[in-house]
Design a protein around this ligand. Structure first.
Ligand SMILES: [Fe+2]
Length: 335
């Protein structure tokens, strides 16, 4: 069906658009590419649009833009979608950078905006905030994770990189380990948005910048095990969890079928798999405190608190039993 190449931008509804423009420009370090009465378009300093803010009463992320190959015929894609039973609508002037897109809803109700060509935002040479490289990934909660994963794989060309048990899926559409996440929860909603930064020194710089602005981390710095990204988390002024990450696993060659080998990988080679529910949330050590509600840190110390010698059998166990049948409570999302 379609072959998505990358995520474009996420549209966020906010009750206080001025506050969010200030946050995304001064703290995150995006560029204000365009400003309308009830809308703002923000791009990374290197050009691609990343976030669209719209004024509204509830905090939500109703739309996600996804790019197919440049030059693709949107009319032909619409025909293919129709044959697959998906009714799409052609829309124009999505953003200053996206002149045309096909829109339709995914199973959890997010409107997808499929575009083939876009223009970079005007150059902005100011140095402000964290200045991430790109909009890295977006995670959603939804009640039917399996159905949503099937839709993204069958209809949009995503591949499953990893599962945590049967309730948390990591899907890629490029080399990056994941561009979308789906986490089981009765309510479909945004879970977090993640921006990629250059390296560990940018993570450190982001920590200092957030602290300088009285924004405390809700989790991290950590190195995840699933995806192996180094990550920090905080909440933006609307309460949406924002992640900065680097060192995410890369699948450079789909035919080889494994992520580029790294010394911190658990498996040799590290292939897509189902990780057991007991898999530690991160590789560096125990969490020192409970995570706030809505974050995706574990509420209590899980298996990562175990001594190092017990870690290997735990992971081996996860490999031996690739599918966890038991369901788990959804109120404490974990990574
Ligand atoms: Fe993430």
């Amino acid at each position: 069906m379609l072959q998505i190449k990358r995520a474009g931008h996420s549209t966020l509804i906010t009750p206080d658009i001025e506050r969010m423009i200030d946050y995304f420009t001064r703290i995150v370090g995006l560029s204000l590419a365009a400003r309308e009465k009830n809308r703002a378009i923000l791009a990374t300093k290197s050009g691609p649009e990343a976030i669209v803010l719209e004024r509204g009463s509830a905090v939500e992320a109703p739309r996600l833009s996804l790019q197919v190959a440049p030059g693709s015929d949107l009319g032909e894609i619409a025909s293919r979608l129709k044959k697959a039973g998906i009714k799409s609508e052609r829309r124009s002037d999505i953003t200053p950078g996206i002149a045309e897109a096909l829109t339709f809803k995914d199973p959890k109700g997010t409107t997808l905006e499929i575009f083939s060509d876009f223009d970079f935002a005007p150059e902005d040479n100011t140095f402000t905030g964290v200045m991430p490289l790109k909009f890295g990934h977006i995670a959603y909660t939804c009640p039917d994770v399996q159905g949503t994963v099937k839709f993204y794989c069958d209809m949009l060309g995503f591949r499953v990189s990893d599962w945590r048990s049967d309730f948390f899926a990591f899907l890629r559409c490029s080399r990056d380990h994941h561009t979308v996440n789906f986490l089981r929860d009765p309510k479909a909603a945004i879970h977090h948005i993640a921006f990629e930064v250059r390296d560990w020194s940018d993570i450190k710089r982001a920590c200092d910048m957030l602290a300088r602005n009285k924004i405390t981390l809700t989790w991290g710095p950590i190195r995840h095990i699933i995806g192996h990204n180094i990550a920090i988390y905080h909440k933006n002024p609307d309460g949406v969890v924002i992640e900065f990450f680097t060192d995410l696993d890369q699948m450079h060659d789909e035919e080889l079928g494994y992520f580029e080998p790294r010394p911190w990988h658990q498996d040799r080679p590290q292939r897509p798999k189902v990780w057991g529910d007991e898999t530690p949330s991160n590789w560096w050590g125990p969490m020192s405190r409970s995570a706030p509600q809505g974050d995706h840190a574990p509420a209590k110390a899980p298996a990562h608190a175990a001594p190092a010698k017990s870690r290997k059998p735990v992971l081996a166990h996860a490999r031996k039993r690739p599918v966890e049948k038991k369901s788990r409570p959804t109120s404490k999302p974990r990574r």
